[in-house]
Design a protein around this ligand. Structure first.
Ligand code: SAH
Length: 368
């Protein structure tokens, strides 16, 4: 049994890491390519079944390595076709991933951390505090599970055509494990997604946005949520460290690296907080003429929150104002709310942990 714990988990290693693993065994690096195809494209986790490897190599691998996936604790299916999974991430912790089918595409929303340290005041994940970073295996394991369990598309491809890091956690605060996971999403030996179909959503950790622009070049979404610093300081506390001007400068640098590819700005619609036409005008003044589009997200309530969703009319008028003044603006369709799978509702509930933290936080806010 002890040996099992010592075996290296090959899941989540980028191609270069897997090649180094084979080189260290005294084997040819090209075996990395074979094993990657087996793992990610064919969903095989037993080395014995990897029939294009020699018998002796299969035996050596079985002795020294494993392909270990995160354990699935539950699956929920929404009436609208959305599917949510809860994955164990050790020590009684769990994270969620959500699959959202749409005509012509299927988006998988994955988690990068258990909990989150950023403490955005309208987010259920933030309310539970930070627990731990997911490993690259735990991140890519969510994709493995969805691609292997969902029925394939009519063209034979995986149901998952797009991946967004919009589940639990702040991906850029787990940069070290994010990069190998992105590598596998983009690699032709694994999921082979184009860079446009992989989106990292961030609250705005500026140094890591710059690094991501240099190293990975995937689509970027930024959680703006407020058009001025006074309001954003309140809603998204990291704004006190990296104010809007600094964040936007970083975004325009990111866009400029890739032929001015558009950056999506997420804006959660909170009733009476950030949803007036004056806010819309301020937002236009920040983004006009830039490679930016705005995605309005109707707020999704969760137990213990002090916020409520803007009225549908308010959201429509806000969006019209942005469009009238020349911005590209869309409103995110709320999906899977019957199974608590909508944006901001993911909390990885395995116990009363979330509820108790929420009420603690509520008390702190009430006494502040
Ligand atoms: N940490 C990343 C990913 C977060 S989740 C980030 O901040 O971008 C993806 C989006 O959902 C973010 O824009 C986040 O602010 C938003 N969100 C969080 N809580 C929400 C809620 N209760 N309702 C609607 N959107 C929410």
């Amino acid at each position: 049994m002890h040996q099992v714990a010592d075996r290296e988990n090959l899941l989540g290693l980028p191609q270069s890491g897997l090649e180094a693993y084979f080189a260290a065994m005294g084997e040819k690096p090209y075996h990395a390519r074979q094993v990657m195809r087996w793992m990610y494209q064919r969903g095989v986790t037993d080395f014995e079944q990897m029939s294009d490897l020699s018998k002796s190599l299969r035996q050596r691998l079985s002795g020294s390595a494993v392909i270990e996936l995160p354990k699935v604790l539950s699956q929920h299916d929404s009436v609208d076709g959305t599917v949510k999974w809860l994955f164990a991430s050790g020590m009684g912790q769990a994270v969620e991933a959500v699959f959202i089918p749409e005509p012509g595409r299927g988006t998988l929303c994955i988690s990068s951390q258990v909990g989150c340290a950023l403490d955005c005041v309208f987010c259920a994940t933030g309310a539970q505090g930070f627990n731990k970073n997911l490993t690259a295996a735990e991140i890519i394991g969510q994709v493995w599970h969805a691609t292997q369990t969902l029925p394939r598309r009519s063209n034979g491809g995986f149901a998952v055509t797009n991946v967004v890091f919009m589940g639990m956690g702040e991906p850029l605060a787990n940069y070290r494990c994010l990069v190998p996971a992105l590598d596998l999403l983009l690699s032709d030996l694994a999921y082979g997604l184009s860079r446009r179909r992989v989106t990292v959503s961030t609250v705005g950790i500026v140094a890591h946005i710059d690094r991501l622009g240099d190293e990975c070049n995937v689509a970027l979404a930024v959680s703006l949520h407020a058009p001025n610093n006074a309001l954003r300081d309140r809603l998204v506390p990291i704004n006190r460290v990296h104010p809007i001007e600094e964040l936007l400068e970083t975004c325009w640098r990111y866009a400029a690296k890739h032929a001015n590819r558009f950056i999506t700005f997420e804006y959660v619609m909170l009733r009476g907080v950030n949803d007036s036409l004056k806010h819309a005008d301020e937002l236009v003044n920040l983004l006009k003429g830039k490679p930016a589009k705005v995605n309005l997200i109707p707020f999704n309530a969760f137990a213990g929150t002090q916020f409520s969703r803007s009225a549908a009319d308010t959201i429509r008028q806000f969006q019209d104002k942005l469009r009238y003044r020349g911005l590209v603006a869309t409103t995110r369709k709320t999906r899977g709310d019957d199974i608590d799978a909508a944006c901001g509702q993911l909390a990885g509930k395995v116990s009363d942990r979330v509820r108790s933290r929420l009420s603690e936080k509520h008390m702190r806010m009430a006494s502040a």
